[in-house]
Design a protein around this ligand. Structure first.
Ligand SMILES: *[C@@H]1O[C@H](CO)[C@@H](O)[C@H](O)[C@H]1NC(C)=O
Ligand SMILES: *[C@@H]1O[C@H](CO)[C@@H](O)[C@H](O)[C@H]1NC(C)=O
Ligand SMILES: *[C@@H]1O[C@H](CO)[C@@H](O)[C@H](O)[C@H]1NC(C)=O
Length: 133
């Protein structure tokens, strides 16, 4: 292979990895970041975002904050779980039992540090509350 086609392949790979990254961050934002202070768990958890393998997701944590603030947790972090240095206001929706959708959920609020998995400075996975597992 000549240098040119190597470069092309490399470029495509880079492009692809970038694509999947921003998709993960986009999904993280959709699933975990909210600008409203009160969440109706039963309502919101009926969204397809929270139906995993045909079943209602067991638990989902909503962060009442801006995307910019949450992204800041991963500033300078390539690939690691990070505990935030500030506390966030959280809404936690927990499934009460499994039914055909919509499932009933209970909700509670908490103000705490959050642990997120960072990839190339983007949060891609919500990893825990209060500490990193
Ligand atoms: C909150 O987010 C919703 C949906 O993204 C948007 O329609 C609404 O304008 C936002 N409200 C505020 C106060 O930013
Ligand atoms: C959530 O929404 C459902 C359906 O609209 C409603 O019956 C229920 O009272 C709401 N719960 C709260 C806590 O507002
Ligand atoms: C839940 O979502 C399904 C699929 O979008 C919809 O048909 C149903 O009316 C929703 N139920 C409630 C209570 O919002």
């Amino acid at each position: 292979m000549c240098a040119k086609s190597l470069l092309l392949v490399f470029g495509i790979l880079l492009g692809l990895s970038h694509l999947s990254l921003s998709q993960n961050w986009a999904t993280f934002q959709e699933q975990h970041i909210t600008n409203t202070s009160s969440i109706n768990c039963s309502n919101i958890m009926n969204n397809s975002l929270y139906i995993v393998g045909g079943q209602c997701k067991k638990v989902n944590t909503f962060i009442a904050s801006s995307a910019t603030t949450v992204k800041g947790i991963c500033s300078g972090v390539t690939d690691k779980k990070v505990l935030s240095s500030t506390k966030f206001q959280l809404d936690i929706c927990t499934r009460i039992f499994i039914t055909p959708r919509p499932c009933p959920y209970s909700s509670r609020t908490e103000t705490n540090y959050i642990c997120v998995k960072c990839e190339n400075q983007y949060p891609v996975h919500f990893a825990g509350i209060g500490q990193c597992p």
